[in-house]
Unconditional design. Structure first.
Lengths: 335, 335
């Protein structure tokens, strides 16, 4: 039996699952950034009328999924499955949202690679013939993530220059089994890459080798060259990690003029986020808010979105472990 | 296009993915229970020569997957994908194990429903033609779970009678695209059910309605009756939750003589675990260590394994939220 795979790690979707609709809801910081015009909803505070940031994050996810459904003229019950994840312990944002939507649910954890993991599995469920419509969400919230992984933001701890700023936002997508417009044609599933880095305030350096591994494997699996893509965009290496990735690619003789990162795009240098944005929500809102619109305009015809996840926990860091990283890539084509 | 689905929630696997091999590694408490003879390896302490319980849990997962591979005459690199999850924040057990195995990895979170979620997605990847061999693991560890979700075990906090005892153990499986022996024929993907219960020391009561919903939906989707199964086994409702589930089924006029629970089977009443076992590892080791052997002996021909997950976090409980629960079911048939 011939598998629907290219090489060792790349899934090939022949029936071409497509993104039918999408929506992004973000916080005030993201609303002051260069992509502000592309987001559907911008909150003017980080609580969104909720009593806790955790409940606010759940609202971001639920509202963005409901908005994506509304744009497609669908109800939650029209979805065959819902795939979602976030950064919080036990992915409570996704769990409570799945409860509100009332749709059969697969919970995912891939840190900032979660959106790519979700789109890849949506591709499998649809291309494999198990679903007609699948919802996918990935969220993060600056204040929930900081107090869980580092320090409560109220403490005002100074962030090192290598740190990235966790995005407050959620991007949600409806993927369907009709080949039109925004197609998901392939997905390259990453292996965990652990280069022994231990600095939990420098995720970009930790994750760059995983992104490199997935990009190199993808090009080998598909027989493509790097300039067969209009854009190769990671999410989220930040400025530091993006530089390392480019160096690694250049050493293989590749031109990196088309290599960018969602964490770089989402904030302006004046916003002083240091190394750029991060969090599951970052690549989700940059894709939902900006990249798909650029594709519709014809700026990009084929992009490779590479979600990069740092799979550590505070406990694993406290116990002296290095940071295991992963990168999942999905090929998006517009025609 | 006709979907490979029955009803709204049940995936139908026509090419019949099958479990080729499996292994279970457990701690001392499980090794003193009634299923001791069925486990592959029993540790005589909970640290397994590691310095922390978290590293010990990772060793449980890695060793059980390597053992399952060895039984099948395979290397990790023979796997197309690895699907795994556990109870720890950011599923670090699975992340580090995936790093050691070096296989393309999908990280899952479904609390105690994780094994069923993994077997269902393994079924999709194989039946859909995307993979020939998939590894699946789910683990838990009593001491890592207690200190993360409740209190460090060194404190000696008295447990209420409604509490379940988190299993120390991991079950791992190799699923392949050859129809033989132990077949995964269907999977019913659960919706989140939240009945508003808030007692984090009584998971069985919280999860029973989710198990009921998935069993009832499965029977409707497939047009089967409850006695078309030799065994319907939840993982893990414990004694209390099992009683509630049986009451709910009886109210629908169903005979519940074939309804049992992995958390009840794994410990004897003399072990004083109160309501029975729980944790991602519980259903995984009971399936790997006991149920598949019973199927091989002909005791059971068709079982419905229903993984039940309580999708709360300490943070969501502290903030006054109820417990969202989910149940995923997989049909296993032996011939």
């Amino acid at each position: 039996m011939v598998l629907k795979k290219l090489g060792k790690q790349t899934l090939q979707f022949n029936s071409i699952p497509s993104i039918k609709s999408w929506a992004s809801v973000v916080g005030p910081m993201e609303g002051q950034g260069p992509l502000a015009d592309y987001f559907d909803v911008i909150w003017d505070n980080t609580l969104g009328s909720e009593k806790t940031w955790e409940k606010a994050e759940q609202k971001l996810m639920q509202y963005s999924m409901e908005l994506a459904l509304e744009k497609a003229g669908l109800l939650p019950t029209d979805l065959d499955f819902y795939l979602a994840g976030d950064l919080l312990n036990q992915i409570i944002t996704a769990n409570f949202t799945a409860g509100s939507l009332g749709v059969p649910f697969f919970g995912l954890f891939g840190a900032c690679s979660t959106l790519a993991e979700g789109l890849a599995l949506a591709g499998v469920l649809i291309d494999g013939g198990y679903a007609a419509k699948v919802g996918v969400s990935a969220s993060s919230h600056h204040d929930t993530a900081e107090r869980q992984f580092r320090f409560p933001t109220e403490l005002g701890v100074q962030r090192p220059k290598t740190a990235q700023w966790t995005v407050t936002g959620c991007g949600s997508f409806v993927v369907e089994n009709k080949s039109h417009g925004f197609k998901i044609t392939q997905a390259t599933i990453g292996k965990v890459v652990d280069m022994g880095t231990m600095n939990a305030n420098d995720m970009g350096t930790a994750m760059a080798p995983a992104a490199f591994d997935t990009i190199q494997t993808h090009l080998q699996d598909t027989g493509r060259k790097i300039d067969d893509y209009d854009l190769i965009i990671t999410g989220d290496l930040g400025l530091l990690g993006n530089n390392i990735l480019k160096e690694l690619l250049k050493k293989q003789g590749m031109d990196t003029g088309n290599v960018s990162d969602c964490g770089i795009l989402i904030y302006s240098p004046e916003q002083d986020t240091h190394s750029g944005g991060s969090g599951c929500g970052c690549s989700a809102v940059v894709l939902a808010g900006y990249l798909l619109e650029q594709m519709r305009k014809g700026v990009y015809k084929r992009i490779f979105l590479v979600g990069t996840g740092a799979l550590l926990s505070p406990t694993s860091s406290f116990q002296g472990n290095s940071i295991p990283c992963i990168a999942h890539g999905v090929v998006l084509e517009y025609s």
